[in-house]
Design a protein around this ligand. Structure first.
Ligand code: ADP
Ligand code: MG
Length: 560
């Protein structure tokens, strides 16, 4: 049979695809395995209704075989297979997906079909590593087997061939190494094993390979010079059922903890685990963790926020930043949604409306979990806040205070009267009847604020004061401006909103000393007045206009 050219657009598309859709050539294996899994899904689906097809779920598998001598990598599945038309239409036409059509036809009958492919480009990614691809396949219900061969953009050839069982075998002739590119790695068993773990660990059918290891020869075990021998074993390389697909009640917390540590290379135990499953406009599952400690690089540029993104158990992106808002960047976890397609570029994904909806839902979910943790598990919440509270305060100040409404109830500050972290709502609930403002004082640490002269009057009135020991504490309050209609007021502010007439008499008497002090200090101060704030201290500094000294220092420092 004469060689056929790829259908017109296909040639150009093929080139475009290979060079631009995929950034890593290693993903070809993920694509071929996903196709094999789809093919098995299809046959499985048919087996449900066809008694002649005497197969059960356990009979299905995907087999991988690297052959270094012949430089081939073979992927075999016992899925549905392809007939001549399928080969023409699905492999001969780029961007035509038999899986997509199958899904559309079947979803009228049954809606829980979880097929991965739908774009019809994944198969061609194999040309990133292969100089020639041979497909030998026999379709369910078909007596003839076919061979499809192609060495890339030139076209393909289909011939009849022999094959006993239903299914598909794909043989890749791996390219030779060049100076820039290494292809040999795709013939190494450990590299292949690693790729399967990384991308295809949750494919629902066993992915098997003959693995060769070395061991000490039995008879030389006790001798001084033990001898080694190779032995080969067929191993299943994927773990198949992802932990997030299992019902929460069937999973022990310990299993979640281990998953967290393994997946995110963390040393700590997660402080809080969130398992969520959403069905609706978008359907997805998410498994999220709030760490108990900030990673060592958390407040550096090295730290990358994001969640791992899967589509039906297949990894699409290791770190999808778009799924987390900046103020929850401490959250670790995974999202799995069948609504997202595998073969989609990063840039396209950013604008994917499913992804945007998922991200919004996740933000809400995290906020709700933190809120209920604060209400029901104060001890843990304080642990959380000690690790990541700063992040929330940054979140309030960032983006011109855009997120302040969302975050204000999650904030905590150290309180002068409670001697521990309190929330703004607790503060407001405790406010004295005549109290106008929410007071805060700024200082280096708790004891230096304890001794701040400007706070004396507030203390003597029994007013609670929030301590700002970090720059971001005050920034966050300045951005909030008010909470439940109560304005924030710095203890160093000249107007504390307290009417105190007791000192009026003294004020008159002290006019002489005030003039003397002003003359002595000259330009160093703008004004010298009798203070109403002091109880035992003789003098204190006061800021006009509501900005604290610390803020003023900060602004002076950042001014050019
Ligand atoms: P997609 O998976 O997005 O549909 P691909 O380019 O990966 O696109 O595959 C194109 C089509 O080729 C699939 O939809 C399927 O119909 C067919 N196909 C690919 N691999 C196999 C296989 N191993 N067994 C059966 N059909 C396959
Ligand atoms: Mg595919």
């Amino acid at each position: 049979m004469a060689k056929k050219e790829f259908k017109s657009e296909s040639k150009r598309l093929l080139d475009l695809m290979i060079n631009s859709i995929y950034t890593h050539k290693e993903i070809f294996l993920r694509e071929l395995i996903s196709n094999a899994s789809d093919a098995i899904d299809k046959l499985c689906f048919i087996a449900l209704t066809d008694d002649k097809l005497n197969m059960s779920r356990d009979d299905f598998k995907i087999f991988i075989k690297p052959d270094k001598e012949n430089r081939t990598l073979t992927i075999t599945d016992n899925g549905i297979g392809m007939d001549k038309d399928d080969l023409e239409n699905n492999l001969g036409t780029i961007a035509s997906s038999g899986s997509y059509k199958f899904k559309q036809e079947m979803s009228e009958k049954q809606d829980d079909i979880d097929i991965i492919g739908q774009f019809g480009v994944g198969f061609y990614s194999a040309f990133m590593v292969a100089k020639k691809i041979t497909v030998v396949t026999k379709k369910y219900g078909c007596d003839t087997a076919y061979k499809w061969e192609s060495d890339g953009a030139d076209g393909y050839e289909i011939t009849e061939t022999e094959r006993d069982e239903i299914g598909t075998t794909i043989v890749l002739e791996i390219k030779d190494n060049t100076e820039e590119e290494n292809y040999d790695e795709f013939l190494e068993q450990y590299r292949i094993q690693g790729l399967i773990k990384k991308y295809s660990d949750y494919i629902r059918y066993p992915i098997m390979m003959d693995m060769t290891h070395s061991r000490v020869k039995e008879e030389t075990k006790d001798s001084e010079k033990p001898e080694y021998e190779d032995y080969t074993e067929t191993e299943t390389l994927n773990s198949m059922l992802p932990i997030w697909q299992r019902a929460k009640k069937d999973v022990k917390q310990e299993e979640y903890d281990n998953f967290y540590r393994e997946k995110f290379m963390a040393m700590d135990k997660p402080l809080h685990t969130i398992v969520t499953s959403v069905e609706g406009v978008v359907t997805y599952k998410a498994l999220l963790f709030i760490p108990s400690q900030a990673p060592y690089d958390y407040y550096t540029k090295e730290y990358k926020k994001g969640l791992q993104l899967y589509s039906s158990g297949v990894l699409i992106m290791e770190n999808c930043e778009e799924l987390l808002p900046e103020h929850f960047r401490f959250v670790k976890g995974i999202v799995d949604s069948a609504d997202l397609s595998l073969n989609i570029s990063r840039e396209m994904l950013q604008h994917d409306r499913h992804l945007i909806t998922i991200a919004q839902n996740i933000e809400k979910k995290i906020k709700n979990e933190l809120t209920s943790m604060l209400a029901n598990d104060r001890e843990n919440y304080e642990k959380f806040f000690n690790a990541f509270g700063r992040q929330l305060k940054y979140g309030v100040s960032a983006d011109y205070g855009m997120h302040k409404e969302e975050l204000q109830d999650l904030l905590m500050y150290y309180s002068s009267t409670e001697k521990k972290l309190v929330t703004l709502s607790e503060y407001v609930d405790r406010m004295k009847e005549d109290q106008k403002f929410i007071y805060f004082a700024v200082g280096e640490n708790i004891s230096s604020i304890d001794n701040l002269p400007q706070t004396e009057l507030l203390r003597s009135k029994g007013y609670e004061i929030l301590y700002c020991t970090e720059e971001i504490d005050e920034f966050s309050l300045q951005t909030l401006m008010q909470y439940k209609d109560k304005k924030f007021c710095s203890a160093t502010n000249d107007d504390l909103g307290i009417e105190n007439d007791e000192n009026k008499e003294e004020e008159k008497d002290s006019s002489a000393i005030l003039t003397f002090v002003k003359e002595t200090l000259g330009d160093k101060v703008s004004e010298v007045v009798a203070s109403k704030k002091l109880v035992s201290h003789p003098v204190c500094l006061t800021a006009k206009g509501g900005i604290s000294f610390e803020m003023e220092k900060y602004f002076n420092a950042v001014q050019p």
